[in-house]
Write a protein that binds this ligand. Structure first.
Ligand code: NAD
Length: 295
């Protein structure tokens, strides 16, 4: 069992850290928000007065923060406070360039590091069934695996530094594009007088089949568990999808990859958010495509 510093105890970090406590690890947590520290305490996490205090004497440091700038600023404070050989795990979803910088900062100071963004949302964080997409050396990955296990349903070693972030944004760009495609198909079907169920019955067993249709159908009825059946309560909020689509566009521009559909998806989710849909589940984009008032 390890002593683990957990920095960033928000919607995802708190339940993830709670699963580490349940598995028998000693977890020292820090967050800037008092209410999150109170929740952490009730989850058995030892609350530290600062991030540096949480890190001193810990063998593993996990960060679960909003964006790249937060991660780099926390690493600048924490890496000097850690003992050489400490394993740094960043599970935030951040831009690929910041992920590479974070590895460099950690590795140059003699630390092991992985980027390990997740999919599975708050439900997966609470259930300990997240998918971890990992970038980093084989040595860092081997050391991280038993630490990630209590929080994970699946752990995939995607490659070297930043490969986890690359996998995350490629997957989510594909998801954003496919959800818009499924939404457009239903909107066209409505105009042509075709029922939702009829389109579903055909497309779900034909070449139009995809996860956005069969697991997360954006109209109520065909897939009872999808957010469309509860007025598009998230789920995975449209604002978070937009964040990931923007990260994908940044990476595509930096790498010189042509992603016209990804660019169009980012633009449509930008308009959807501007019209008030950012807090809805991302499958609610169908309302925007249809021209519904969703406020
Ligand atoms: P959140 O805003 O609830 O939590 C982030 C926490 O970081 C906040 O509590 C904030 O106070 C804390 N924080 C910020 N700066 C800090 C600092 N310097 N020191 C200590 N704490 C600091 O966000 P979340 O939903 O938990 O998401 C965290 C990350 O996980 C994001 O990168 C997000 O994109 C990613 N993610 C979220 C989901 C989801 O469904 N919520 C799913 C997959 C991935």
């Amino acid at each position: 069992m390890n002593t683990i510093a957990f920095i960033g105890l928000g919607n995802m970090g708190n339940p993830m850290a709670a699963n580490l406590v349940k598995a028998g690890h000693t977890v020292r947590g820090f967050d800037l928000v008092e209410a999150n520290l109170n929740t952490a305490e009730s989850n058995g996490i030892t609350v530290a007065k600062s991030a540096a205090e949480a890190v001193t004497g810990s063998e593993v440091v996990i960060t679960m923060l909003p964006a790249g700038a937060h991660v780099l600023s926390v690493y600048a404070d924490l890496v000097p406070a850690a003992a050489p050989g400490t394993l740094f795990i960043d599970s935030s979803t951040i831009d690929v360039m910041s992920a590479r910088k974070a590895h460099t900062v950690a590795n140059e100071a003699g630390m092991l590091s992985i980027d390990a963004p997740v999919s599975g949302g708050v439900g997966g964080a609470a259930a300990g069934t997240l998918t971890f997409m990992v970038g980093g050396s084989s040595e860092a990955f081997s050391k991280a695996q038993p630490v990630l296990q209590p929080m994970a349903g699946k752990i995939v070693h995607c490659g070297n530094a930043s490969a986890g972030q690359a996998a995350k944004i490629c997957n989510n760009m594909l998801l954003g594009i496919s959800m818009i495609g499924v939404g457009e198909a239903f909107v066209l079907a409505e105009k042509l007088g075709l029922s939702h169920q009829a389109l579903y019955d055909v497309a779900s067993t034909s070449s139009g089949q995809c996860w956005s249709l069969t697991s997360y159908c954006p109209v109520p009825g065909p897939v009872p568990a999808s957010p469309a059946n509860r007025d598009y309560a998230p789920g995975f909020a449209a604002a978070l999808m937009l964040k990931d689509l923007r990260l994908a566009q940044e990476a595509a521009q930096a790498a010189g990859a042509a992603t016209p559909m990804g660019a169009a998806a980012a633009q449509l989710y930008t308009l959807y958010e501007a019209s008030g849909g950012g807090g809805e589940d991302f499958s609610g984009i169908i309302r925007f495509l249809r021209g519904d008032d969703h406020q």
